[in-house]
Write a protein of this length. Structure first.
Length: 216
């Protein structure tokens, strides 16, 4: 099945260069492009099957994390990879908390960018090397290896997508108290005490998360 991806960047040369690179590496992808938040929103509305959004947060009609928040409010389904000229820790953490599954500095080597796309589409998380996560390393550890059940893996996946406990409860058809219980186990397994720490740990470990929830 053909994967649809959307590249959002207001610099045509950079965007088109990345599109050519991705088309060469992933010939079966259908690549769409946008140079503004308005254009990106239109592409997402026209193509609901988009699985990956590669997003520069600085656009002519939107700037900063609000760009990611606005697009995810419209289209929460795709996985989002942020491309940014800044890899300041607070900016990366903000993107994680807004639901990004990947954060790749624009200064990254080509190989690291391509690996990041593969990792995110394979259910992994990509963060800058400063967080102890190598963007060039593909997901390598199934959650079961850490004693995380398929249901807990589904909870973690939705957590990484920026879903609240209430939204996870609704998506998986389980009680919100059950979600909290699963999160307690996940945090303990990942040696984390918060959502952000859990996402960072998942990236460091190269966790491979299920693409869709398993039944309880």
């Amino acid at each position: 099945m053909q994967t649809q991806a959307l590249l959002v960047d207001d610099h045509p040369l950079f965007r088109e260069g990345l599109a050519l690179l991705l088309a060469h590496q992933f010939p079966f992808w259908q690549l769409l492009q946008a140079g503004s938040l308005e254009q990106a929103a239109a592409r997402l509305a026209e193509a609901p099957g988009i699985a990956l959004v590669v997003l520069d947060l600085s656009l002519p009609d939107s700037d900063g994390l609000a760009t990611l928040t606005r697009l995810r409010a419209q289209a929460p389904g795709p996985r989002y990879v942020v491309l940014s000229a800044s890899d300041a820790a607070e900016f990366v953490v903000g993107a994680i908390e807004a639901g990004a599954a990947g954060f790749v500095p624009k200064t990254s080597q080509t190989g690291a960018m391509l690996a990041a796309m593969r990792t995110v589409l394979d259910g992994g998380v990509v963060l800058p090397a400063a967080f102890g996560a190598d963007a060039a390393t593909p997901p390598r550890t199934p959650t079961e290896a850490l004693g995380i059940s398929p249901r807990q893996s589904a909870v973690l996946r939705l957590l990484i997508e920026g879903k609240s406990n209430k939204a996870i409860s609704r998506d998986l058809g389980i009680a919100e108290s059950t979600v909290k219980t699963h999160l307690e186990v996940i945090y303990r397994k990942l040696d984390a005490t918060s959502r952000t720490q859990a996402v960072v740990a998942a990236a460091r470990l190269g966790l491979r998360l299920d693409a869709r929830p398993e039944s309880a």
